[in-house]
Design a protein around this ligand. Sequence first.
Ligand code: SF4
Length: 324
Amino acid sequence: MAPPLISIRGLEVQYRTEDATVYAVNGIDLDVERGETMGLVGETGAGKTTAALSIMRLLPAGTGKITAGGVFFNGVDMLGKTEDEMRRIRGDKISMIFQDPMTSLNPTITMGAQIRESLEIHSPEMTRAEMESRVDELLFSVGIQPRRKYEYPHQFSGGMKQRVVIAIALACRPELLIADEPTTALDVTIQAQVLALMDDLKKQMDTSMILITHDLGVVAETCDSVAIMYAGEIIEKGSVYDIFEATNHHPYTEGLFNSLPDLDRESERLNSIAGLMPDPSALPGGCKFHPRCGKRVEACDSAVPPVCVSGGHYIACHLFGREV
Ligand code: SF4
């Protein structure tokens, strides 16, 4: 049987500064199959972006370090790759889209040239004419008139810029697209269009996707599977059906759902989860959610929660037995 497209096992990532060690990712396991879209969900500081940067081997040099575990792409250990090998993989086999399109765009280069650059790096066998034709095709596929390839980023709106970033990310038909809050910086009306576009293109190209988001509404619309992160750990994961329809949930997942707006109760305030994510340089013992959990039991303060699995639905919590 073919291995998952991406498989993460026991991944631990730390940021080390002179003053402290930040425990950003603390032993996560994840699989993404071919063609699957997985939502990676959690509050700011949960470790979602660090996990994604680890896959790309783009952790900040000097401070960020993978301290344990492995990342396997098509069964091959990515952590054993040289930097040259990783440069060939990035943008070709695995692409990443960031929240702010200007993180990826150069303001001094035309949009067309920026799309072409990706082809020049990863498909040097293409002629200039073939590249220009592919640039036109990509712009057209993201809903932008190809004649606009001669324009610069400042001549585009935020939504249009993110569409060009999507075109760049998909230029080489990557096997995996990692999208880190790709619509958060956009107007609400544009967000849905950009998400629908990404979903459409990934299906056409049979690309798998890891969608990092804090928005469960986006997950429900777009994802096949979901992993929920808290304090650098995955506390619940399963199919989109498991997360949205199953009876049992991790108390943190319940909190995320309770903080969604309820359209039937328009005047009530949202129920946010009390307290804050713990300081990642001084994580609590036992269950890391215990200082905020309204359902904690005695074991929660000191004992690491057992992992309870039912089918593909996984919950790490003392409230459940070995089987959920
Ligand atoms: Fe709450 Fe305990 Fe479950 Fe953690 S293990 S979520 S503290 S009940």
